[in-house]
Design a protein around this ligand. Structure first.
Ligand code: MG
Length: 434
């Protein structure tokens, strides 16, 4: 079986006005659907970041991929890793996501490109041998994968009909949002995207969530580095009870050194709340330092930018060896990405928390897989009893996504610009904000 064609579908999907410390989500998120056609008649698919940067990365490997055997991925990985190493050498300051939203970091673009090809190849391999992808990559350790209720502070829709969640800019509306999400999807863990309102309001929000849902629902908060070390320690102290019982504090402040300081000071108070990261730790090279400093106890994987599904499995192994936990980061995505996340999470023995997903924030109108939205039962997605990723493209829906993409003016994610346009013309991302 040889790859005969790489087909790229740039699409745009509706996205609600969600807030984070990066700014505001634009009305559309950009994604790319990847198809690998083969001489056997099988087609493999994947989904990745969208816009000009990710598309250019994929275009750059078109020749390399055409004619490639999808079973032979190591050579492509070697070539892209070598190219990335060369660029790292000439770029001071590393590759963290402190200042760049995921998908817009030029230094992990090779890992993202490889991942999109690898996942489509694994879909192909699964279809060729008649096995689900999780079993192709070594076998599942669970048949369904749990996800968390991913809560956001958000604005009401700026133009057009209101979405099902409305405005969420205080503790009570956040509890309402959580109740809606849990009743619809059955999630059993709760994550709040913080770094948006004054930390005291975010503390009250977590307390209101704990009061409403109880300790059976572990809580995590992720302000994406919006806090100083001082504020991080204070919030960690105030939320010690709420973040215990399987919760965590995610990227409270910038840099591994900052997180290490927060950790030291909380431990000195007898506060063992673990810290998680997908900002200070974004690649394998970051893990030893994170461990050495005891800055991070839980690494947040993501098959899209950690270089594919097998790299996430290596990360599961590495974090297990180092005595660290593992969870999964997410970005706005559709069903193809959800299935890739589910398959790899099913095949990671050391997955210690429910994964994040933005899926509840996307809509049936934009879903590109045949049969529409992928169901959640008790907050979990089941591995389908089908070969490959277990989902097929609905080409009419892909065409609609392409039309939306062609209609909108922007070609990269810029939450800061969106914030200035819709909320505050003088808004700038300042770190630490509090
Ligand atoms: Mg995060």
């Amino acid at each position: 079986m040889l790859i005969t064609d790489l087909v790229l579908h740039p699409i745009a999907i509706s996205d609600p006005p969600l807030r984070s410390s990066y700014g505001l989500h634009a009305p559309f998120a950009l994604r790319t659907i990847v198809e690998l056609k083969t001489d056997s008649g099988l087609t493999g698919i994947s989904e990745t970041y969208g816009g000009d940067g990710p598309l250019a990365g994929l275009e750059a490997v078109r020749q390399r991929v055409t004619g490639m055997d999808p079973f032979q991925l190591a050579g492509l990985s070697r070539d892209l890793t070598a190219a990335a190493a060369q660029e790292m050498d000439s770029t001071p300051g590393g590759r963290t996501q402190t200042y760049l939203v995921p998908g817009e970091n030029p230094l992990d673009r090779h890992a993202r490109t490889f991942a999109a090809i690898e996942i489509a190849c694994l879909d192909l391999i699964g279809k060729a041998v008649g096995k689900p992808v999780c079993d192709v990559i070594g076998g599942r350790v669970r048949d369904q994968v749990s996800f968390s209720a991913y809560l956001f502070y958000k604005h009401g829709v700026f133009s057009g009909p209101e979405d099902e969640y409305g405005e969420v800019l205080d503790p009570q509306s956040c509890v309402r949002e959580c109740r809606q999400m849990i009743s619809q999807y059955g999630f059993r863990e709760i994550k709040l995207k913080g770094g948006v309102l004054d930390p005291d309001v975010e503390i009250l929000t977590l307390r209101a969530l704990r009061d409403t849902f109880g300790p059976a629902y572990p809580l995590r908060i992720d302000p994406n580095c919006a806090w100083s070390v001082e504020t991080s320690v204070r919030v960690g102290r105030e939320l010690q009870a709420e973040l215990s019982d399987g919760g965590y504090l995610e990227d409270p402040c910038a840099t591994l050194e900052g997180m290490a300081e927060v950790r030291r000071r909380l431990l000195a108070e007898g506060n063992h709340t673990p810290q998680a990261s997908n900002v200070a730790v974004t690649c394998f090279a970051d893990v030893p330092r994170a461990k050495e400093l005891d800055a991070v106890q839980i690494v947040l994987s993501d098959p899209h930018y950690w270089g594919g599904m097998r790299n996430v499995q290596y990360l599961s192994h590495l974090t297990g060896v180092l005595g660290m936990g593992l969870s999964m980061h997410s970005n706005s995505h559709l069903g193809v990405s959800l299935m890739a996340m589910t398959h790899v999470a099913a095949a990671c023995p050391n997955l210690t928390y429910a994964c994040d997903t933005h899926y509840p924030w996307q809509t049936a109108e934009d879903e590109v897989v045949v049969g529409g939205r992928i169901p959640f039962v008790d907050g979990a997605v089941q591995i389908p009893d089908r070969p490959g990723l277990g989902v097929d493209l609905d080409y009419d829906q892909v065409a609609r996504g392409r039309e939306r993409y062609a209609r909108i003016p922007y070609r990269r994610r810029d939450d800061e610009a969106e914030m200035r346009k819709r909320v505050d013309p003088n808004w700038k991302r300042v770190l630490p904000r509090w």
